[in-house]
Ligand binder design. Sequence first.
Ligand code: PLP
Length: 426
Amino acid sequence: MDRRDFLKTTAALASVSVAAGAVGAQAQDMMDKDSDAYWQTIMDQYKVTDEFINLNAGHWGIMSEPVRQAFADHTAFINAYSSHYMGSGRRVDPNARSFSVDRQEILEMLAKKLGVRSDELVFTRNVTESMQLLISGYNKLKPGDKVLYADAAYYSMQAEMRHLRYFRGADVIRLHTPDPATYENQIALFEQGIKDNPGTKLILVTHMANRTGVIVPLKEITLMARSYGVDVIVDAAHSWGQYDFDFPDMNVDFVGFNLHKWIGAALGVGLMYIRKERMLDIDTKSSKGPPGNIDINNRVQTGTMNMAAVLSVKDALIFLDKIGIKHIDRRFKALRHEWVKEFLDDDRVDILTPEDERMHAGLTSFRINKHKNAIELGNTLLRDYKINSAPIPELNAIRISPGLYSSKQDMAALAVAIKDIVRKMG
Ligand SMILES: Cc1ncc(COP(=O)(O)O)c(C=O)c1O
């Protein structure tokens, strides 16, 4: 499809499909949600530039048009109602719209989706804020206690862990992530780290690594850590919304989520989860009163937030729910497969996520072995092949992350570009 024609109305789409004789009147519901025809109707609900193919959805997600429109409407409403919406309206008129009521409704939706209680969740501005609050707020450390993190963690979370030396007097240990990653070696990495470092109290686990796309066995790592009496803080920036997993089954206590990456809400909204029974283990913010209360809201102080972004979470959840996470998971795997399959037997190109279905979703990095400059390779992809990617210099790799707006043709174009670059290198 011509990318210039990307945005079409749903009505127009339905009529095209009917005209094609492929489906009946309830086009979308009747369609096989894993078919390319179905996914075309989803892609058509995104307005994406045609100047390049955007394969860096991992930075932040592009809102679908229904979400973007709703976000614009929320912005207009909040702009018009101002502080009336923040509470003064409700105080004189019980029917006036109020942010705290709307926010609670969205928290209930999120809680239902995650399978947790809504009083275990609080909005933040992004996953960075959630993780900083969890890591720096974790108050069970005594001077000399050990904390571990893997070098696959996001750079600012690594820095936050290192800061525990000054905050809490902790002994901070960095583990080197094995490459290639396997299900077993990801668990063994942390288990060996704990065994080698008696007195370990806390580990940081990144559910899906941002540099490679490797998904670690979170449930098994948590279970293993718990058996040694070690707590786990989880960075779930990339996992929730990109692949299908049962959150309660992970059995985790402290988690940072992003809502503007794979959930597809407006930029500027994240989520923090603290299991109710563990609330006292995370410090309250000084402006929210003394320690000792168990309200998760007292563990965050964002000041005024972009309320329209928070409201857009509802629209994003509705959009995703219509598709269903099972189908999103399969779609991302199919998009990944579309280009990765071209290099599985090519030792000139390394794929940095394993083929193990449990360990990848859509986001996957590659390395051209002979090419030694990831930034330059990223520039070449953009300049010569019109493909926007994320160079990862420290791994000499390029991260590819398609969005729900991506087509199999986009992924095929990537494979052609990589092959062309490899061929030119001789
Ligand atoms: C694993 C991981 N954690 C945290 C972040 C930070 O996300 P944000 O800037 O939205 O807080 C990212 C961003 O890409 C990430 O990949």
